[in-house]
Structures are given as structure tokens and as C-alpha cells.
Ligand binder design. Sequence first.
Ligand SMILES: Cc1cc2nc3c(=O)[nH]c(=O)nc-3n(C[C@H](O)[C@H](O)[C@H](O)COP(=O)(O)O)c2cc1C
Length: 190
Amino acid sequence: MTSGPETSSTSATKKMSQIILLYSTTDGHTREICKFLQQVIEQSGHRVTLACIDDDPAVELNDFEKIVIGASIRYGKHSKKAVNFIKTYTPLLEQKPNAFFSVNVVARKAEKSQPETNPYLQKLLSQIEWKPRELAVFAGKIDYPKYSFWDRNMIRFIMWMTKGPTDPNSSIEFTDWEQVKKFAQLISKM
Ligand SMILES: Cc1cc2nc3c(=O)[nH]c(=O)nc-3n(C[C@H](O)[C@H](O)[C@H](O)COP(=O)(O)O)c2cc1C
């Protein structure tokens, strides 16, 4: 005889997946997004492992049932390591449920905030063969005090040109965490 609670716990166990979130970051914001994704995904009963592509992680991708990659933009590009990683593992990525997200500040603008309208994500997709099953673009963070003199003033100039904040003492997070949460829920279900 099967009781109700037993049945539901068995089906919950069956649905649990091992998920890897691989990220490439310069100032740590993409890692913060991954930590948040991890928190939300684990609340739905999955196990999440984080690994930084920039550190050449020794991970066995075959140990995971779902693979997610996230990378930030710096001076118009995703990191070489992230792009090379994607190119190297494309056949394996396509064998499993998979997703990609890009982090940049252009995405703070509504008209560039979707995967279809974000120029960096579109450029990346045109350079790789991988067609991620799920895509997202998240607006990043500007942390002027943390940057070198050169970077701070370059970003201030770009921000001035695009009507963004330019106060060199400011730190502004553009990320919409509700949007990140929705992406986490999508990953849990894919
Ligand atoms: C030196 C530098 C260059 C950047 N270049 C761009 C850029 O070309 N386009 C853009 O949309 N965002 C740009 N950004 C914003 C970053 O994408 C944003 O700060 C993001 O949150 C960084 O994520 P990370 O900390 O994970 O590297 C730049 C930021 C810095 C510090």
C-alpha cells in the first residue's frame, strides 16, 4: 500500500538534477548572479555547483544533467576564456538541457534588455555554433571606486554618452533580481 506523502517524496527525488553554473567574471558581479541563481534553484530541490571558467576549472561536465554558462561584457566582448570554453564543449552542451546568460550595462536600457535585442548576445550567437536552449540578458553593475583610473574614466565617458550615471564615487546595480529569479525557475524546469 502506498501512502500519499511517500509517493510525493519519491517523485521529488526522481526530479532532482545536478546542475553546473559556469561563469566568467572580471569584477565579481556575474558570480553574485550565479550565487543567487544557485539559491533559488536549490530551493526547488536541485543541486547546484558553481565553477569559474576563468580559473580553468577541473570539472567533469558529464557528471551534470544541466549546464548553464554566464559571462560578462568588458569593452564590447565576452571573455576569450568563456568563448573558447563554449566552442570546445559545444557538442557536449547540446546533449543536455542548457542555458546561457550575458551580463552587461547596455541591458539597463529597455530596448537592449532582451536576448533578441541585446547586441552583445546577438554577436556572440553569430560567432558560435551552440544554440542555447534558454537565454537571458541581465543588466550588470557599475562600481566606479573599484576601477582603475583608466577604466573609471572610460566607463564614465561611455555612460555620459548614453545618459547613464557618471559620479566617480558611485556604485550602481542595474540588475533586476526578479528577472534573475524567473531565469532560475526556468533552469529548474528545463
Ligand atoms: C572596464 C569595463 C568595461 C566595460 N565594458 C562594457 C561594454 O563594453 N558594454 C557594456 O554593456 N558593459 C560594459 N561594462 C559593464 C560590465 O559588463 C558590468 O560592470 C558587469 O556587471 C560586469 O560583470 P562582472 O563583474 O561579472 O565582470 C564594462 C565594465 C568595465 C569595468
